[in-house]
Design a protein around this ligand. Structure first.
Ligand SMILES: Cc1cc2nc3c(=O)[nH]c(=O)nc-3n(C[C@H](O)[C@H](O)[C@H](O)COP(=O)(O)OP(=O)(O)OC[C@H]3O[C@@H](n4cnc5c(N)ncnc54)[C@H](O)[C@@H]3O)c2cc1C
Length: 376
């Protein structure tokens, strides 16, 4: 009998796993997505070499190059637009494995290509999960069901699947942080290099601007501390928290903005059921200050696929042990970055900038701090 796998959630994590299963195994599988379509939002995403090396195995390198960008540097600035230093990102590149930026929709379009018609069911919400001998029975609200060998929950940070499997609850916490995003058509007079990733650090806020394709489109993401997420007052918050630090940034925030509250997983916990796996944000949700959420989803999907393919009897332990190690490392670095990017005391900022300038030149530090993440 062929192994049968159910994947709950059609985001980057679920779709990546599905692609590996489809291209490299004869397992039967289905993605169950609760929405009526896939989210094709067009904001940017950064993929470091740890995930690009994996995606290339399923043909990512063949995406139309006009739809991708390979920034060379990460340039650090103060929010006043004074350059502090830069980091050469190409040192982690190897042939076609290159630090890549693109629209999320480009990535989802690529990932859904082989999956869409046969292996994706929309509007599916779980009603019940039970065990029958050595299988998992999933009952959906529309009175359909699926009997599978493994269940992979890739349903995002608020994973509903978890609540059917675990007795212990882990509720994601609002981090008193919000994200604001926009696609820019130009750098609006800022003194930045639009071919690089530009990071502007202010008090309790940072802004990242980077190219997402070869059509001169730039992604802007602004992360700022704010106790309450008040979508109706975003312009006021921008005025108070960002423009008060540099009024020349006004043009960046004109027009169509999208904003979100940011949550992160409290304790990262494996599943209690040997046949159930959590993947992507359903397992770990951390702050985006290392730009590794999607990359970790992709890493996790590849690792899980390999364990399924080997038919590894110890898959559950191996998967969660490795994932816990990796995500704890990324979480620590993301939290540290968040702290460093948001320093607000002027003297400490000066010290930070001086340390940053020195550290960035030290190969041993860069290889340890980023190399450990980017070379998986
Ligand atoms: C501002 C910001 C910037 C970021 N930038 C980057 C970046 O540059 N690089 C990077 O690597 N990461 C980045 N991330 C993180 C990255 O977006 C996420 O880690 C990644 O998208 C997680 O993918 P996922 O598939 O696990 O979850 P999701 O993308 O949340 O997908 C979950 C899917 O499951 C579906 N679903 C939910 N509930 C159910 C249910 N009950 N039943 C069935 N389906 C369900 C959803 O509709 C969705 O399709 C960023 C995050 C933020 C907030």
């Amino acid at each position: 009998m062929k192994k049968r796998i159910a994947i709950i959630g059609g985001g980057i994590a679920g779709l990546t796993l599905a692609n590996f299963i489809k291209k490299n195994s004869d397992f039967e599988f289905m993605i169950y997505e609760k929405e009526e379509s896939l989210s094709l939002e067009g904001f940017g995403i950064q993929l470091a070499t740890n995930s690009v090396s994996i995606l290339n195995k399923i043909g990512f390198e063949n995406i139309n190059s006009e739809e991708l960008y390979h920034p060379r540097n990460l340039d650090f600035y103060s929010i006043g637009n004074k350059k502090i230093c830069d980091l050469d990102l190409t040192k982690f590149n190897l042939n076609k494995i290159r630090y890549t930026t693109l629209r999320r929709s480009t990535l989802i379009d690529f990932l859904k290509d082989n999956i869409y018609t046969q292996h994706l069911r929309f509007g599916k919400r779980i009603k019940r999960i039970s065990e029958i001998k050595d299988k998992i029975l999933i009952n959906f609200e529309d009175n359909t069901n699926d009997l599978v060998d493994n269940l992979v929950a890739a349903d995002g940070i608020f994973s509903h699947t978890r609540s059917f499997v675990e007795t212990k609850k882990t509720t994601p916490k609002f981090k008193n942080v919000i994200a604001i995003r926009k696609i820019l058509k130009s750098s609006h007079g800022l003194k930045i290099d639009a071919k690089n990733i530009n990071l502007l650090m202010g008090s309790n806020t940072h802004i990242v601007i980077y190219p997402i394709n070869k059509k001169n489109e730039l992604n802007l993401v602004c992360i700022l501390r704010e106790k309450k997420f008040d979508i109706d007052n975003i312009n006021l918050i921008i005025e108070k928290k960002i423009l008060s630090q540099n009024k020349n940034l006004k043009d960046l925030f004109q027009g169509n903005l999208k904003s979100w509250p940011l949550y992160s997983t409290g304790k990262i916990l494996p599943s209690n059921n040997k046949k159930v796996f959590y993947l992507g944000d359903a397992f770990h949700g951390f702050s985006p200050t290392m730009a590794q959420g999607a990359s970790q989803s992709i890493e996790g999907a590849f690792q899980l696929f390999n364990l399924f393919k080997e038919n590894n009897k110890n898959a559950h332990n191996i998967y969660f042990k490795k994932r816990l190690e990796r995500t704890k490392l990324i979480k620590k670095r993301s939290d540290l970055n968040f702290f460093v990017f948001h320093i607000s005391i002027p003297l400490i900022k000066k010290i930070r900038n001086a340390i940053l300038k020195r550290l960035i030149k030290r190969e041993d530090f860069i290889n340890s701090y980023l190399g450990k993440v980017y070379k998986n």
